[in-house]
Design a protein around this ligand. Structure first.
Ligand SMILES: *Cc1c(COP(=O)(O)O)cnc(C)c1O
Length: 446
């Protein structure tokens, strides 16, 4: 593999990495025995450039967020232009063109009926906002009807992931979300089994039997139902049947429960539709957006709801929605988000996603037959290999870097979700690297 000349000397690299290892937390990582971190000097297009000289093809889009590649001239220009005017002003009492234009775009692009936008700083916060909206809505409804408030719980499905803050964590899968650690402080909600009928399989209404029973038995307590549409991401890259999501919409209507759809991972084209809800042709009452919203540049999230929810909340006792982050509507983030959405629409994202999907179907799906593999599946720009054993993260990561790719597996899953601009040749390199490590015993636990 070709190593590049870099600007950080080997001794500087060592001292930076030593400090990092001793003092800097990384996501889901032990501080006493941290997994190795690789020092990045720059990133360009589909490449992540390590300070040690390796140039890696990015298979992760920096946790699903990058769409058009790193260091994109148009996104850079949008940031610079905004910074030259102002980077941020408080959103209480003040507003600005970048935020307004963004909200206008989000309303136009998202499923029908989502007409009020609440901007926030991260995906988890947008979920907190969605949950708070649902609870405050039900409070206002009970108040209006002069009935006792009973709808104070949430319903969701197992294997879900909605973020790391407390309300979001309370609707994550109880096992992988480590609920036992926080049992005493987490809000207790209802969990239905995860959808089992896969995308593309034959549908049967049996898949919603238990879910329907939970609605029937507990609807008087349930404020909202929350779900990731079509793809359960962090919970295992499970692609489920659109009819399941349709059934969720029907049940929510029948039992007067709000439907919150978490499109943080699936939004903006990833699954082959602009929003995964479109596979089921439904509109939620509340939608959460994040990750790809700024094309991977800066943290920004949005929660959209219906006019009915917004008006009901506003007519309640508080006469307003009780939330307002300091960096709400950050101008730099909104400016990049606008530019990223414009690029997405200009670039024929559907053709990009279809190209990735076709290549992955041809090359990744056949890995299903490998002796170490349980399943290989593809949807839009997402490809996942489920293995029989857990991966050895440190070893498999090291091998991927040696093979010139950046792929970060977890548990039994090796998955890729590359930037939409990836070429077929680069995609082939990602899949070949996966095929190579599948043959290496030391990349997996015993
Ligand atoms: C990543 C993710 C979140 C949390 O977003 P953060 O920006 O990491 O807080 C929530 N829901 C889903 C479906 C996600 O994939």
């Amino acid at each position: 593999m070709n190593k590049k000349q870099t600007n950080i000397t080997p001794s500087e690299q060592n001292s930076l990495l030593r400090f990092d290892k001793e003092h800097v937390w990384h996501p889901y990582t032990s501080m006493s025995e941290p997994l190795p971190s690789y020092l990045v000097e720059s990133a360009q297009g589909v490449h992540i450039n390590l300070a040690s000289g390796e140039q890696l093809i990015d298979g992760m889009s920096s946790w699903w967020s990058v769409l058009h590649g790193y260091n994109h001239p148009k996104l850079n220009a949008a940031l610079q232009e905004q910074a030259s005017k102002m980077s941020h002003v408080m959103f209480g009492g003040l507003t600005h063109q970048s935020a307004i234009n963004l909200c206008e775009k989000l309303i136009a692009l998202t499923p029908d009926g989502l007409d009020k936008v609440f901007l926030s700083d991260s995906g988890s916060v947008s979920v907190e906002v969605a949950i708070k909206m649902a609870l405050q809505y039900q409070h206002a409804v009970a108040e209006k009807k002069q009935t006792r408030l009973t709808k104070t719980k949430l319903l969701t499905v197992k294997n879900g992931y909605h973020g790391d803050t407390f309300a979001a964590m309370s609707v994550c899968d109880p096992v992988t979300g480590m609920h036992q650690i926080f049992e005493q402080v987490l809000m207790q909600h209802y969990f239905a089994p995860a959808p089992t009928i896969k995308f593309g399989e034959q549908w049967s209404a049996d898949d919603v039997t238990e879910l329907s029973a939970l609605f029937a038995n507990h609807h008087t307590e349930i404020a909202a139902f929350i779900i990731e549409p079509i793809v359960q991401g962090t919970g295992g890259m499970r692609f489920y049947h659109p009819e399941y999501l349709k059934a969720c919409r029907v049940l929510c209507n029948e039992y007067d429960v709000l439907l919150i759809v978490d499109e943080i991972a699936t939004g903006f084209g990833r699954t082959g539709k602009l929003f995964a809800c479109e596979w089921a042709d439904i509109s939620p009452d509340i939608i959460c957006l994040g990750k790809t919203l700024t094309g991977g540049y800066i943290t920004l999230a949005a929660t959209l709801c219906t006019t009915h929810i917004a008006e009901t909340i506003s007519e309640g006792v508080a006469s307003c929605f009780m939330h307002g982050p300091t960096f709400m509507g950050n101008a730099l983030a909104c400016a990049v988000a606008n530019a990223s959405i414009e690029l997405l629409l200009e670039n024929d994202w559907q053709a990009q996603v279809q190209g990735i999907e076709a290549t992955l179907n041809k090359l990744l799906t056949p890995l299903k037959n490998h002796s170490r593999v349980v399943d290989a599946r593809v949807l839009g720009s997402i490809g996942a290999i489920e293995c029989k054993q857990n991966v050895n993260v440190a070893q498999i990561q090291k091998r991927f870097v040696e093979l010139g790719v950046w792929i970060r597996p977890f548990g039994t899953l090796i998955y890729i979700i590359p930037p939409l601009i990836i070429t077929t040749e680069q995609l082939v390199a990602l899949v070949n690297a996966i095929a190579t490590v599948l043959d290496e015993d030391n990349c997996f636990s015993k």
